[in-house]
Design a protein around this ligand. Structure first.
Ligand code: HEM
Length: 527
C-alpha cells in the first residue's frame, strides 16, 4: 500500500517537473530533472515512513504508543517496558516508534503472547543478521533453524529431552553440586559466585549431553570454559560487532579485519574440533558396545539418524552454549535472592535436609519458579513477522518487529500484584498483606501447601522465561531439575550472605543476565 502511494505521487511530480524543465531546454533537463525527482521521491518516502504511515495507516495504531527508547542498552534490560506495562496495564501490546518511523511491537497480554508464540508461531522468525552471527558462534542447530527445517529438527531432538532421561541425570547433578560445595568450603569465605556457577553447569552439561568430563570445577585451565567465557560474556568490541551484524550483510561482516572476527574464528574452530573428536568417539562406542555407548543427549541425537555429522556438531555446540550459561545465570540469581531473604533460606534448608524427592519439594519449587520469574536468563528476545498475521485481533503486516520482554512480562502488575495468603492467614482472615509484582514470594507457587503451575495468575503466558509453544526452550525440564539439585545441595551445606551489602547489584550481561561486576557472597559451612 505505501509503495503504491509513493509511486503514484512520485510519478506525478516527476512528470510535472519534466514538463516544466523541458520548456527550459534539454541541457537543464539533464542537469536537474533526475536529481530533483530522486530527491522528491526520497522526501516523499521519508514523509510517508515517518509521518503518514505510522500516524494514519499503520494497523499498529490500535495499540498505545510509547516514546522511543534504547531498550537494548538499559540495565536491567526490560526496565522501561515494565514502566510502559504499568502505564497501560490493560493493553494487549504497546508500540514504540523509532526515529525513522519503524514501529516496534511489545506484546504484553496473554492473548497477544499466545498469538506470537503459539497460534502463529511460525509466522515469526529471528532477525536474519543476528541468526547468521550467532550461527557462526553456536552453530546452525535448533536455536537458529526456522520454518520447516525447525519443525523437523525439533521433532528429532525432543525425545532426547524427555522426562525419563532428565530424571536419570539427577544423581549426576547432585554429585557435581557436591564437588562445588567442597571447592567453596576450601575457598572458605568470600567467593565471586557467578564464576563458580558457570563451572558447575559446564561440568553438568558435559557428561549429560556429550559424555565428556570437562572438570572445570577442579581445574583452572579448560579450553572449553575459556572459549565460552570469551564468546558468551564478550567484550564491548564483540558486542558492538554483534549488533552491527543486524544491519551488515554477512559476506561483508565476516570479512571485516576486526579482532572480533579473529576471536570467533579461533574459538569456534577449537570448539568444533573438540565436538568432532567427541562425536567420533561416540560413533566408535556405539559400534563396539552391545548396549550402545553411554546414554546421553548426544547418543539420542546420533541414533535418531536424522542428522549428518556436521549437523550433529551444530547441535552439540548449541546445547553446550544454550545449556550452560543460562542455568548458571539462574543459579547466581537464586543465591542472590536467598542471601537477601534469610527467612526463606532457613525454611528451604529445613526442607532440603529432610526427606523427600528434590523434584517435588514445595519450597524449593517455589524458590526456583520465583528466580525464573524475577530474573529471566534471557530478558528480551526479538522476532520479525514473515507474513501478514494477527496479534490480539489486530492485523499486523509482514516485516513487523516484535520484542518479547520476559523481564517485564514476568513482573506485569496486572498479573503479579496480589495478596499474600498463607495457611496461617487462611485460619485468621484479615491478616493478608498486599503482594507486589516485584516481590520475591515463593508461596505464589503453592496452593494449600501443594505446587501450582501458574503462580496464582490465570494463564501460563503471564510468565515467559522459557517462552511457550514450538519455539520454547527444549531444555526447560533439564534446567529446572539442574537448578533444584544445585540449590538443594548448596543450601543444605552452606549459609549464604551478601559479602558487600553496600554495593548495588544490577542485572547486566549480553546474551544472558548476570550481576554487573559479579556477585560476591560469603558462604559458610552450616552444622
Ligand atoms: C535457566 C535456564 C534456561 C533458560 C532461562 C532458557 C531460556 C530459553 C529461551 C528464552 C529460549 C528461546 C530463545 C528464542 O527463541 O529467542 C530457549 C531456547 C532454547 N534452549 Fe533454553 N534456556 C535455559 C536452559 C537450557 C538448557 C539447559 C538447554 C539444553 C540442555 C537449552 C536449550 C535450548 C535450545 C536448544 C533452544 C532452542 C529451542 C527452539 O528454538 O526450538 N536451554 N531457551
Amino acid at each position: 500500500m505505501p509503495v503504491t502511494f509513493l509511486q503514484a505521487a512520485g510519478g506525478a511530480i516527476l512528470l510535472r517537473y519534466a514538463i516544466v524543465l523541458s520548456q527550459a531546454g534539454p541541457k537543464l533537463i539533464l542537469t536537474h530533472a533526475w536529481t530533483a525527482s530522486i530527491l522528491i521521491a526520497l522526501a516523499l518516502w521519508l514523509t510517508d515512513r515517518s509521518l503518514l504511515y505510522p500516524n494514519l495507516r499503520s494497523p499498529l495504531r490500535a495499540f498505545p504508543r510509547v516514546p522511543a527508547t534504547n531498550v537494548m542498552a538499559e540495565r536491567p534490560r526490560g526496565k522501561t517496558p515494565l514502566n510502559w506495562f504499568r502505564q497501560f496495564p490493560d493493553a494487549d501490546a504497546v508500540v514504540m516508534r523509532e526515529p525513522l518511523g519503524r514501529m516496534i511491537l511489545f506484546p504484553t497480554s496473554p492473548e497477544a503472547l499466545r498469538d506470537i508464540m503459539s497460534t502463529n508461531s511460525y509466522h515469526w522468525e529471528k532477525n536474519p543478521g543476528i541468526r547468521a552471527f550467532l550461527g557462526r558462534v553456536i552453530g546452525f542447530g535448533l536455536i537458529m533453524a526456522e520454518g520447516e527445517d525447525h519443525k523437523k529438527q525439533r521433532k528429532a531432538l525432543t525425545p532426547a529431552f524427555n522426562i525419563r532421561h532428565i530424571r536419570a541425570l539427577g544423581p549426576l547433578m547432585a554429585d557435581k553440586t557436591q564437588v562445588l560445595v567442597e571447592q567453596l568450603e576450601k575457598e572458605g569465605g568470600v567467593v565471586e559466585f557467578s564464576h563458580w556457577a558457570s563451572r558447575l553447569t559446564l561440568d553438568i552439561i558435559g557428561p549429560a549431553a556429550l559424555s565428556r568430563e570437562f572438570g572445570t570445577l577442579t581445574s583452572d585451565d579448560d579450553p572449553v570454559a575459556e572459549a565460552f567465557g570469551e564468546l558468551l560474556d564478550p567484550s564491548p568490541e564483540l558486542i558492538t560487532f554483534m549488533v552491527s551484524n543486524m544491519f551488515l550483510p554477512q559476506w561483508f561482516a565476516t570479512r571485516l579485519p576486526v579482532k572480533a572476527n579473529r576471536l570467533i574464528r579461533v574459538h569456534c574452530s577449537k570448539l568444533r574440533t573438540l565436538c568432532r573428536t567427541i562425536l567420533n568417539e561416540k560413533h566408535d562406542g556405539l559400534k563396539q558396545a552391545e548396549e550402545g555407548a553411554e546414554d546421553d543427549i548426544l547418543k539420542n541425537i546420533v541414533q535418531s539418524g536424522q542428522f549428518t555429522d556436521e549437523e550433529v556438531i551444530d547441535q552439540m555446540l548449541t546445547f553446550l552454549a544454550a545449556g550452560h550459561e543460562t542455568t548458571a545465570s539462574a543459579l547466581t540469581w537464586s543465591m542472590y535472592l536467598l542471601a537477601l531473604h534469610k527467612d526463606v533460606q532457613a525454611r528451604l534448608r529445613a526442607e532440603v535436609r529432610g526427606s523427600g524427592e528434590v523434584e517435588s519439594m514445595p519450597i524449593l519449587n517455589g524458590v526456583c519458579e520465583e528466580v525464573f520469574r524475577l530474573y529471566p536468563t534471557v530478558p528480551l528476545t526479538i522476532r520479525q513477522s514473515m507474513c501478514d498475521t494477527i496479534v490480539a485481533g489486530i492485523g499486523v503486516p509482514k516485516g513487523t518487529v516484535a520484542l518479547i520482554v520476559p523481564y517485564a512480562i514476568n513482573r506485569h502488575p496486572k498479573h503479579w500484584n496480589g495478596v499474600k495468603t498463607s495457611s496461617a492467614d487462611e485460619k485468621s482472615p484479615g491478616l493478608s498483606e498486599k503482594l507486589d509484582c516485584e516481590e520475591f514470594w515463593p508461596e505464589r507457587w503453592l496452593m494449600d501447601g501443594r505446587i501450582n503451575k501458574h503462580g496464582g495468575t490465570n494463564s501460563n503466558f503471564c510468565e515467559t522465561t522459557f517462552l511457550h509453544g514450538p519455539r520454547s526452550c527444549i531444555g526447560k525440564d533439564f534446567a529446572k531439575a539442574e537448578l533444584k539439585y544445585a540449590i538443594a545441595g548448596l543450601v543444605a551445606k552452606l549459609d549464604i550472605d551478601i559479602a558487600d551489602p553496600e554495593r548495588e547489584v544490577i542485572a547486566g550481561g549480553t546474551v544472558t543476565t548476570k550481576p554487573i561486576g559479579g556477585l560476591n557472597l560469603r558462604m559458610k559451612k552450616v552444622a
